[in-house]
Design a protein around this ligand. Structure first.
Ligand code: F6P
Length: 749
């Protein structure tokens, strides 16, 4: 027994001798890593704010930031070392602290120092661009928690000894091993907790700073990984996270002529909120909902003024507001000159080359310029920061980017041109071409749907402006400002909101046929758009005519429903088109119709998105026969509506969408006979082939949805902003050092 007791004491002694130093050094290295990790997290979270404040020389802001960070119970003090001198520090910084005690930077890890007779750990982080900084953020860590951990370790060993005394050497050894393994687990757990943003129950100090920063960093890191992967699924969440991650704290202002929600007074006196038939709005609305911010647009509804507050603002969407619509009022004269005149009789036909002669009047131009001024002023009035992200939309506002740049030089201006940009020869027709180009070159980034349109724009600038064009980076420098020209193919919401609540396809087919007065088994084709001469509405009717000529068996078995929302009816070219379309439909119906059957149904009224989707789902084919179109979102909406993977898309080769949706049947809308043959091909395509084609197109639209469109523009803007920020930091440093660098390179997007 005594022998066993002696053995137990011997084993206990061995346990102490072997385990105590191992456990102590383990706790120390664990704590050092903890300190290092915490310091890095704190620095990453506050880095941009610190660097900005430092570059501005804003000591008050730095002090406030440092004060906030130092509330963490494990951080004793924070300081700023500039050129080896401590220039700013929080209250807890010991008087004998010198910057030479701090390590070179974060990579060097924590360094132990003795201050006021006590040991502390110091970490340091370089400020400004890598390799450029001569300033360091130093963090002094309170080591009380390490002692606490060491105490816990000692206590565990004593417990092990007591176990030896009572349970014998073998048991004590087993217990020690068990305790050690539990320590290991808790060490791993603690490290995991710090990485993943969990808080230890017994460490309330973590909650003061760690919780929020770590969980936000954790989420952002996760999102960054998602966004960086090639197969990123873009949706409102990833867009929001991309914005928060890449453009933290930024303010988004959208500017367009057309507003996303129109309040109209109906005949019965009630107010109806309408969604306009506009590709721009269908694309941008879900994006703005995700990003929040302000959308400035012309208030064109008959009850718009009643819906806004005293600042002309209204929260939208009406059911669940997520951003502010700021309405701008235009007089009839302004609308005539700016919207109907210069925008729609001048630029629209000029850019679309649809054989309608552009009309340019000096009086329209003057109003176009002054309305652009008004939009620019509204942006300045709405901006809460000097550097908002301004998303300017379309050909109505070509002068606004320069006007905003003059007023808010630090704004990031992304202009998107929703219509085609013609070749330089065609654009040369515009009497104010230089002014239009100069206005657009106020943008930081100028986007078009396709590379082809980007190239046309670069050629146009080359031909008419004294500027520097860099064909490698697709950028243009004019008057010291650089604009990047990029293709961003626009798209739609995925899954589209209008699909929600749609009945199954067979049910919809029956309902729609009944509503249109068609026999249940009749095959249906649809075309849906605004009554615009660029859409090729007459041409597709001629295609239907040619189809029935060539394949008369289809008479009585096929109907083509053309939905066309009246638009810009003040202009003769638009009124004439509607009259011509009605006449042509009547002629074709008279030529081929019989026994109450008519091949063409013309529905000349606005359809809300859910009605449009219903028609798409009820049809066998959809014809998009634009004579020229930047993108055409109707094609993408048709694909999105067909979750049954059936239906055939007949798509013009002259719509930007044909570059992406190559599984559609591509047609030349100017060739009626070809279109007739393609209609026949669509109606006889078997279900398996329809599925194959539709599946690929759906995958395409899903992956390249509108959140990706916006996300890519915003990520490019973020890259540009980061590079500009580094340039500013370098400039600030050089100014301080009194040696500005003449040969500094411009940032490349
Ligand atoms: O194609 C460019 C575009 O802005 C579309 O987004 C929109 O459908 C149309 O032009 C503008 O229509 P409106 O003149 O009715 O705003």
């Amino acid at each position: 027994m005594i022998r066993y007791g002696g053995l137990a004491v011997l084993i206990a002694g061995l346990v102490i001798v072997v385990l105590l130093p191992v456990a102590t050094s383990f706790v120390e290295s664990w704590s050092r890593r903890d300190v290092d990790l915490r310091s890095q997290l704190v620095f990453n979270a506050a880095r941009s704010q610190i660097e900005d404040a430092w570059a501005r020389g804003d000591a008050a802001a730095l002090e406030a930031l440092f004060g906030r960070i130092a509330t963490d119970a494990r951080i004793a003090a924070i300081g700023l070392c500039e050129d080896g001198t401590l220039t700013l520090a929080t209250g807890g910084m010991p008087a004998d602290f010198g910057c030479d005690a701090a390590p070179a930077d974060g990579a060097a890890g924590p360094r132990p120092v003795t201050l006021n007779g006590e040991t502390a750990l110091v970490t340091a982080h370089l400020l400004s661009a890598p390799g450029e900084g001569d300033a360091r953020l130093v963090v002094l860590h309170d080591l009380a928690f390490i002692e606490e951990r060491a105490g816990q370790t000692r206590m565990a060993l004593i417990l092990a000894l007591v176990g030896v005394g009572f349970g014998g050497a073998a048991l004590a050894s087993g217990l020690s091993i068990l305790v050690l393994s539990r320590w290991r687990h808790s060490v791993r757990q603690a490290i995991e907790d710090v990485r993943e943003g969990r808080t230890e129950d017994d460490a309330p100090s973590d909650t003061q700073i760690g919780e929020e920063i770590r969980s936000a960093l954790g989420e952002l890191e996760l999102a960054r990984r998602q966004i960086d992967t090639v197969h990123t699924i873009w949706n409102p969440d990833t867009l929001q996270v991309a914005l928060a991650n890449e453009l933290p704290g930024s303010e988004v202002i959208v500017v367009s002529n057309r507003e996303p929600y129109i309040h109209n007074r109906k005949d019965d006196g009630t107010i109806q909120v309408q969604r306009p038939a506009s590709g721009l709005v269908s694309a941008l609305e879900p994006v703005t909902r995700a990003c929040g911010g302000t959308w400035i647009a012309h208030g064109s509804g008959s009850a718009d003024r009643e819906a806004v507050d005293e600042h002309d603002r209204v929260g939208v969407p009406p059911a669940k507001p997520s951003y502010t619509l700021r309405r701008l009022w235009l007089s009839d004269e302004e609308q005539d000159g700016y919207y109907y005149g210069f925008s729609n009789e001048g630029l629209w036909p000029l850019c679309h080359i649809a054989f309608v002669r552009p009309i340019f009047r000096e009086s329209d131009w003057r109003l176009y310029r002054s309305v652009n001024e008004r939009f620019a002023e509204a942006v300045v009035a709405e901006a809460k920061r000097p550097d908002p992200i301004v998303l300017i939309q379309d050909y109505h506002l070509a002068l606004a980017p320069r006007m905003i740049r003059d007023r808010l030089p630090n704004a990031t201006i992304i202009t998107f041109w929703h219509i085609p940009w013609p070749n330089s020869e065609t654009f040369g027709i515009c009497p104010w071409k230089e002014e239009i180009i100069d206005g657009l070159l106020g943008s930081s980034i100028l986007g078009f749907h396709t590379q082809f349109h980007c190239n046309n724009f670069l050629d146009t600038v080359d031909r008419f402006m004294e500027s520097r064009i860099d064909r490698e980076s697709d950028s243009i420098s004019l008057g010291g400002h650089e604009t990047f020209v990029r293709p961003y193919p626009i798209s739609i919401d995925w899954p589209p909101a209008a699909l929600e609540g749609q009945p199954p396809v067979p049910e919809t087919r029956a309902t729609v046929r009944e509503r249109l007065g068609l026999a249940p088994d009749i095959r249906l084709g649809v075309g849906i758009e605004r009554f615009d001469y660029t859409k090729g509405i007459l041409d597709r009717m001629r295609g239907v005519d040619a189809f029935l000529e060539a394949f008369p068996d289809w008479k009585g078995r096929f109907c083509f429903a053309q939905v066309a929302a009246p638009t810009r009816a003040k202009l003769a070219s638009y009124r004439n088109l509607q009259a011509e379309a009605e006449e042509l439909a009547a002629q074709i119906n008279a030529r081929h119709g019989s026994d109450g059957w008519e091949p063409i149904k013309l529905l000349a009224r606005h359809h809300e998105p859910d009605e449009v989707f219903e028609l798409f789902r009820a049809s066998d084919l959809c014809i998009v026969s634009s004579l020229h179109d930047g993108m055409n979102l109707v094609a993408k909406e048709f694909v999105a509506a067909r979750d049954d993977e059936q239906g055939v898309l007949v798509l013009s080769a002259f719509a930007g969408a044909s570059r992406e949706l190559s599984e559609a049947l591509i047609v030349n809308p100017y060739d009626a006979d070809e279109m007739g043959r393609v209609i026949q091909r669509a109606l006889t395509m078997d279900s398996a082939e329809q599925r194959e084609r539709m599946k690929v197109m759906r995958e395409q639209v899903e992956a390249r949805n509108v959140y990706r469109w916006a996300g890519q523009m915003l990520l490019d803007a973020a890259r540009l902003r980061k590079k500009e920020r580094i340039m500013r930091l370098i400039e600030a440093k050089e100014r301080r050092n009194g040696r500005p660098n003449e040969r500094r390179r411009k940032p490349a997007a």
